[in-house]
Design a protein around this ligand. Structure first.
Ligand SMILES: [Fe+2]
Ligand SMILES: [Fe+2]
Length: 210
């Protein structure tokens, strides 16, 4: 991260993690930094794009963004709010990038990525693919995985078994580096929840014996 990227991060903080997803901005940024290095992406595009990608949620009410997690939602309802968070995110990104005098050609590329980061079919460039991969890797991180277990009341093993096949599925990740990172993360999650279950079990047994 150079000085300008840090400045963008600082200005964007009040708009981050507005869907009860504490850590999303920070963790996706960490994945993006790794992917930029490993895949030789353009950090001047990928880093601001990942920092700003979900700032648009800050402009939606709780009732609006909760549609995404509602079991009764229709695909149309979900698409409406997803499109709105992208549109609002574009406005916030443009404002912040102009505020730090970011180069116009880079603003254009960053905004194009943010505009359809959740709804686009296929990838339009390496930079865009790396941003969307970093965003998806959140689900495999400890914080993201635990948040989904909590939110959807999933057993950890069920969540593991649901997202494991997504890794290799067509069009999910842009690059193999992201697939490898996702498998590594998911192995860690499995070790963690297996260990936690064993500890819980032995604690229960111990209590029972005593
Ligand atoms: Fe998003
Ligand atoms: Fe995101």
């Amino acid at each position: 991260m150079n000085k300008t990227h840090t400045q963008i991060w600082d200005i964007a903080i009040p708009f981050q993690d507005k869907r009860d997803d504490a850590g999303h901005a920070f963790i996706t940024l960490e994945f993006a930094k790794q992917l930029v290095d490993l895949e030789n992406g353009n950090q001047d595009v990928v880093l601001p794009a990942i920092i700003l990608h979900d700032t648009g949620w800050s402009q939606l009410s709780r009732a609006e963004w909760q549609v995404v997690f509602s079991p009764d939602k229709t695909p149309e309802d979900e698409m409406t709010v997803r499109l709105r968070h992208q549109e609002e995110g574009v406005k916030i990104a443009q404002r912040i990038l102009q505020q730090v005098n970011y180069p116009e050609d880079l603003i254009t590329e960053i905004v194009e990525i943010i505009a359809e980061h959740d709804t686009r079919q296929g990838f339009i460039s390496k930079n865009e693919g790396l941003v969307r991969d970093a965003d998806k890797l959140w689900r495999f991180s400890k914080t993201g995985f635990d948040a989904d277990v909590e939110r959807f009341k999933f057993a950890p093993q069920n969540l593991h078994d649901t997202i494991h096949p997504q890794i290799a599925s067509d069009g999910f990740f842009y690059c193999n580096t992201s697939r490898e990172l996702a498998y590594l993360e998911l192995e860690r999650r499995q070790r963690e929840f297996t260990r936690a279950a064993l500890a819980h079990q032995s604690g229960t047994d111990y209590a029972h014996v005593s």
